[in-house]
Design a protein around this ligand. Structure first.
Ligand code: NI
Length: 239
């Protein structure tokens, strides 16, 4: 079920027997010269809809914005300040908690959101002690990790990675192919200006030229299966 396609009485009926929801969250930010700006929310949203298809999980609208301050030196990036993102998460959870939702499975597509989401969950628990929030990054399960390691090795890098770009090629059927010089390795993240100086085309150590839509299809299936298991376990846990 997709929340946006339900009526309120249908949500009320759902809440008579269940109290979990998947909330996909990403970011709107540069992904190097060949990666689309929406990469992180496109990936999170598609995998979340995969949980809707395979498990009939209730999936909320994708939150397209994340904490992407370090990418703001590149045009097209839209970032929320850490405090804004914390409040956004608190407000979304709080609204749904009021109706009886208790388990929130944040399916995350952006590394920069991790610290902020953890902070937001802490704030949520002050207000809603009966709520449980789970952070699930689509790329950190062992199946996906293994595939990426075997397929890309060192070419994966840490931003504008072939794995995320392969996934968007599969989901959007759009491919941007350009010759790319080797990208500088991850040497830290400071200000947006410094980021652009260190990583002039936006990539951190990655070679996305090796990405293919076929890899993306495989990654999609692996991620949907792995995240589906994590979601099912989370829903079954008592408390
Ligand atoms: Ni990304």
């Amino acid at each position: 079920m997709l929340l946006e396609l339900l009526t309120w009485p249908e949500v009320e009926t759902y809440l008579q027997t269940q109290n979990a929801i998947v909330l996909p969250i990403g970011s709107t930010e540069q992904h190097g010269p060949t990666g689309i700006i929406g990469t992180d929310f496109v990936c999170a949203g598609a995998i979340a809809r995969g949980l809707h298809k395979t498990l009939d999980a209730l999936v909320g609208p994708t939150i397209p914005f994340g904490m992407a301050e370090h990418h703001t030196g590149f045009p097209g990036t839209i970032s929320l300040k850490p405090a804004t993102l914390t409040h956004l998460v608190q407000d979304c959870v709080g609204s749904l908690a009021k109706h009886g939702f208790r388990k929130f499975f944040f399916l995350n597509g952006h590394g920069g959101n991790i610290a902020v989401l953890r902070t937001a969950f802490t704030e949520v628990y002050r207000e809603w002690p009966q709520v449980q929030c789970r952070l699930a990054n689509w790329w950190t399960n062992s199946d996906t990790y293994q595939f990426v390691k075997e397929q890309y090795g060192d070419k994966e890098g840490s931003h504008a990675t072939p794995s995320e770009i392969a996934l968007t090629m599969h989901i959007t059927e759009r491919e941007v192919r350009l010759p790319l010089a080797p990208a500088p390795a991850d040497s830290g993240i400071f200000s947006p200006e410094d980021f652009r100086r260190r990583y002039p085309d936006g990539r951190m150590g990655s070679d996305p030229t090796v990405a293919t839509a076929e890899d993306g299809h495989r990654l999609y299936n692996l991620a949907v299966a792995a995240l589906g298991r994590q979601y099912t376990e989370f829903v079954r846990e008592t408390g």
